[in-house]
Design a binder for this molecule. Structure first.
Ligand SMILES: [Zn+2]
Length: 452
């Protein structure tokens, strides 16, 4: 069962960052046999001529809410508390398991079309529905339940004790961890410090260590959050988590916007993984210290966050935003370079989710998770003077021609192979409408609309 991709511009993202012009990639089953200048074997089942095309590792989206896919456009131009209490909580608390399945499947379709084959979900609704969708779509996922054991204004269905929340998660791990040919792991989720007692934080970490999985938490996301931490714990979020002994290499800190320089050092020391979500952060969160983190040796990866915070669930667009936002206000054109951003979206992402030995680069022995890019399919990526920069600054998701995960094509020549796109679009719209109806969510109209 060998597949051979030939005549490609192969970007390996291996430790030496080697690139091969007229290179090739040999895949056998779910694994890469070799990438570089590889001889074509006689017994290939499939040979793909990639002349004029780029082959590189597929993207890893390290912070994204699969259950929120049907909430795109539900919360634009509102402050954080309105976002949460009037739009997202009513939406999420009214989801059924089937809604979660449809939402996640639609989400997966968008990821695959934008070249992403691995995601980390910080805590969504109905993990069972998410698992079913990820299994069908064929991507990798670290899934978690939305977990909260305290906080004001929580919908009644979410008011649970610390013990209840931990028990549910242990059950989910026993049921779903290492399922779907080992593409799925179940992680521990902690929503934010607003909604987590110290007991929950510490016991989640203990259990994550016991099961060999990670903890995914929104950390130092908003200014109001670090102020809340100072009021209730006496110090800002990261310092508090450091004092608790929570910071560790299996923690994904989503956003990580409000860190002091000392707190960046705490992240480096404990090898905490940062998921930088620039588009989402530009709404109300602020500028994370990404250039400093990279300089200090913190592992920074990229994430899109959820559809109602970003709207574009697309790692290609996320790379582009990353390439811009750190430069403008610093007046430093090289604050974060294209090669660093490409690493953030691939190998750093794999490291962040604990999959460095599995994917994130094209190397012998790793799983075949990769994309084929066609720069010539439209006018907007051309010409290519500086390939690595072009991928970050001018590629569009429509340039991604084919996407492979675990040695299987999930999209070939822009056609999804594991998901019926027409059907999921239809179902997605229906389910989105129904959730809003049940949750009583109605948006004010921005222009007077005439109806008949
Ligand atoms: Zn988030």
């Amino acid at each position: 069962m060998k597949t051979f991709l030939k005549n490609a511009y192969v970007i390996t993202m291996n430790p030496k960052r080697e690139v091969y012009e007229n290179g090739s990639v040999l895949i056998d089953g779910d694994r890469i046999v070799d990438a570089g200048f590889v001889k074509q074997p006689d017994d290939c089942r499939e040979v793909v001529d990639c002349k004029g095309k780029i082959v590189m590792p597929s993207f890893v989206n390290t912070h994204t809410h699969t259950s929120q896919q049907l909430a795109r456009g539900l919360a634009d131009d509102v402050d954080l508390l309105t976002w949460l209490r009037e739009r997202i909580w009513p939406y999420e608390s009214n989801m059924t398991e089937e809604d979660s399945y449809i939402s996640t499947l639609l989400f997966c379709a968008e990821q695959i079309k934008a070249g992403c084959t691995s995601i980390a979900e910080p805590g969504g609704q109905h993990v069972a529905g998410m698992v079913r969708a990820v299994e069908k779509a064929g991507i990798r996922a670290k899934l978690a339940k939305s977990v909260m054991d305290c906080g004001e204004g929580l919908p009644a269905v979410w008011q649970k004790s610390t013990q209840e929340e931990l028990d549910i998660q242990e059950e989910l791990i026993k049921k779903f961890n290492h399922t779907a040919e080992d593409r799925i792991q179940v992680w521990f989720g902690i929503r934010t410090i607003f909604n987590a007692t110290d007991e929950l934080i510490l016991r989640s970490k203990e259990l994550a260590d016991k099961y060999g999985v990670g903890v995914h938490m929104h950390i130092a996301e908003a200014k109001a959050e670090v102020e809340y931490a100072r009021e209730t714990r006496g110090v800002t979020t990261v310092t508090h988590l450091n004092n608790l002994g929570f910071l560790d290499k299996n923690v994904i800190a989503a956003h990580a916007v409000w860190l002091t320089n000392e707190e960046v050092e705490m992240f480096r020391k404990h090898q905490v993984k940062v998921s930088h979500n620039p588009a989402s952060a530009m709404r109300v969160l602020g500028f994370a210290k990404i250039p400093r983190m990279l300089r200090e040796g913190v592992c920074v990866a990229l994430g899109t966050d959820g559809a109602p915070t970003n709207n574009r669930m697309n790692m290609v667009d996320e790379m582009w935003v990353t390439s811009l936002i750190h430069k403008g206000w610093r007046l430093e054109p090289d604050a974060v370079k294209a090669e660093e951003i490409l690493a953030m979206a691939t190998i750093n992402g794999a490291r962040a989710v604990g999959d460095e030995g599995i994917c994130g680069s094209l190397e012998a022995g790793k799983k075949a998770d990769l994309i084929i890019i066609d720069p010539d399919c439209s006018v907007d990526m051309l010409p290519i003077h500086d390939p690595i920069a072009n991928l970050v600054t001018s590629m569009h998701s429509t340039n991604i021609e084919s996407t492979m995960c675990d040695g299987k094509w999930l999209m070939k020549d822009r056609k999804l192979l594991t998901i019926d796109e027409e059907e999921i679009i239809r179902e997605g719209k229906e389910h989105a409408r129904e959730i809003c109806r049940r949750g009583g969510i109605k948006l004010p109209e921005r222009f007077p609309v005439k109806r008949r």
